[in-house]
Design a protein around this ligand. Structure first.
Ligand SMILES: NC(=O)c1ccc[n+]([C@@H]2O[C@H](COP(=O)([O-])OP(=O)(O)OC[C@H]3O[C@@H](n4cnc5c(N)ncnc54)[C@H](OP(=O)(O)O)[C@@H]3O)[C@@H](O)[C@H]2O)c1
Length: 247
């Protein structure tokens, strides 16, 4: 039987590119996001161009109480689900001390609490099923502080630690955890994302991510090079290197 995956935040950017990548590989898909129309269009295109089976569901991960119910519908529609990709996320330039606590709270709500709600629902399903894979799209920002993105960095450091802890907690329950830390990927998440170093397209990122996910790798950077080589330096580089990215 082919691999079956659910992707949150599949209506755009990395999630959408992952949907194309896995559909081309013959996988069965459950796609979620808030914009149902975008998902409907994507569903039709994927089915017509790849022949893959694609189910969609509207899911706002900020509404943490509704996450499990929406995912249960998709689990039922797909029958068996092998992997849940926790991808839905937001970013915004936020400056500490500039009256932006509401913006910062929104980032934590989606990227950390929404991701935790998704992980809880997926792990509960995999515990019943006996096995499965959680994939978390974290960020380079989980390891490297970036100015004007303090809340984003905190949300990604938080979800990375959460994923590491759940991996150890469920090691004996046949639940694998793959953590992906993208560098800078050219999507709509932020203006001028390509001013950051080593930015790549969502399609190239999705291709690297799909290989790591199917190989059930534990923790990878995308693009793999140069960030894998730089890993020991992240968080230890002189502040002035990152200060120029202050917004
Ligand atoms: N682009 C980068 O450079 C980069 C780097 C590191 C990590 N990442 C991470 O990669 C993930 C995807 O980012 P992206 O660059 O692809 O961004 P994007 O192009 O803006 O897409 C974000 C996706 O998340 C969904 N989303 C946002 N808020 C949501 C909510 N409350 N509930 C459900 N879905 C929601 C959006 O769908 P709807 O609007 O339809 O809900 C959209 O499909 C994020 O977790 C991001 O932090 C990105």
């Amino acid at each position: 039987m082919s691999h079956t995956l659910i992707i949150t935040g599949a209506s755009a950017g990395i999630g959408k590119a992952l949907a194309w990548e896995f559909a081309k590989r013959g996988c069965r898909l459950g796609l979620t996001g808030r914009r149902l129309e975008a998902l409907e269009t994507l569903q039709v295109e994927l089915q017509q161009q790849t022949g893959s089976e694609v189910h969609i569901a509207r899911l706002d991960v900020d509404d943490t109480d509704s996450v499990e119910l929406s995912l249960l519908d998709l689990f039922a529609a797909l029958g068996e689900v092998d992997s849940v990709i926790i991808n839905a996320g937001i970013n915004n330039f936020t400056r500490v001390g500039h009256g932006q606590l509401a913006d910062e709270t929104a980032i934590i709500r989606t990227n950390l609490l929404g991701a935790m709600a998704t992980a809880n629902a997926a792990v509960a399903y995999f515990l019943k099923r006996g096995h499965g894979q959680i994939v978390g799209i974290s960020s380079l920002a989980s390891l490297q502080a970036i100015p004007s993105q303090a809340a984003y960095c905190a949300s990604k450091a938080g979800i990375s630690m959460y994923l590491d802890a759940l991996r150890i907690e469920h090691k004996d329950k046949h639940i694998d955890v793959t953590q992906i830390r993208p560098g800078f990927i050219k999507t709509e998440i932020m203006e001028n994302i390509d001013r950051y170093p080593f930015a790549i397209s969502a399609e190239k990122a999705a291709s690297e991510m799909a290989k790591a996910i199917l190989a059930r790798r534990k923790d990878v950077f995308v693009p793999r090079f140069p960030w894998t080589l730089f890993r020991p330096l992240l968080g230890h580089l002189p502040d002035r290197i990152w200060q120029r990215f202050k917004s």
